[in-house]
Design a protein around this ligand. Structure first.
Ligand code: NI
Length: 178
């Protein structure tokens, strides 16, 4: 069990695009995946991306049962994706509250595609491919952004809707984006 330090916003490497995994059978990849799982469970996050623990590689992990940080969210099966990609299905974008382990204590209203088609590879090299919408699509896009060096404030159309949890949590829990 290894719980890694989560890098927080301001750390220059979080703004760097990550490199693809080219060899799926290394010890480094195996331990990266374990560390991401341990750290995400410890922090009770809905998702984590390798750059958040200081490894600029294109690996993301997400999933939730019921999560106290996102009480309104439907469950997402635990998913690890190597070299993920996606494309939007249609042009519809929606606003919703997000948080991030790299931006502790804050929440913001972020614009995302409502429906996407995503794919990537598991550690055995099998392709995983899904068409998803709403919260699941939002979580994927958030984690994907991390491996492109993007944090959610860059996707906020209105910075007035960025605030500390102790103030905005009522709105977050009600999905009130007004
Ligand atoms: Ni994040």
């Amino acid at each position: 069990m290894t719980i890694k330090k989560i890098l927080i916003m301001g750390e220059p490497s979080l703004w760097q695009p990550s490199k693809p995994i080219t060899n799926f059978t290394t010890k480094d990849l195996e331990s990266l995946i374990k560390d991401m799982a341990d750290t995400m469970e410890h922090k009770r996050g809905v998702g984590i991306a390798a750059p958040q623990i200081g490894i600029n590689k294109r690996v993301i992990r997400f999933g939730c049962k019921e999560n106290p940080r996102y009480p309104y969210a439907k469950p997402i099966s635990m998913t690890l994706l190597i070299n993920p990609e996606y494309e939007p299905i249609g042009n519809e974008k929606v606003l919703g509250w997000e948080g991030c382990l790299s931006i502790p204590g804050l929440r913001g209203v972020v614009q995302r595609y409502q429906k996407i088609h995503y794919w990537g590879y598991d550690v055995a090299g099998n392709k995983i491919e899904r068409k998803v919408e709403s919260f699941h699509a939002r979580v994927f896009q958030h984690e994907y952004d991390h491996i492109d060096g993007v944090l959610y404030p860059l996707r906020m159309p209105d910075l007035h809707k960025f605030g500390f949890e102790e103030i905005v949590m009522d709105k977050v829990l009600k999905c009130d984006i007004s």
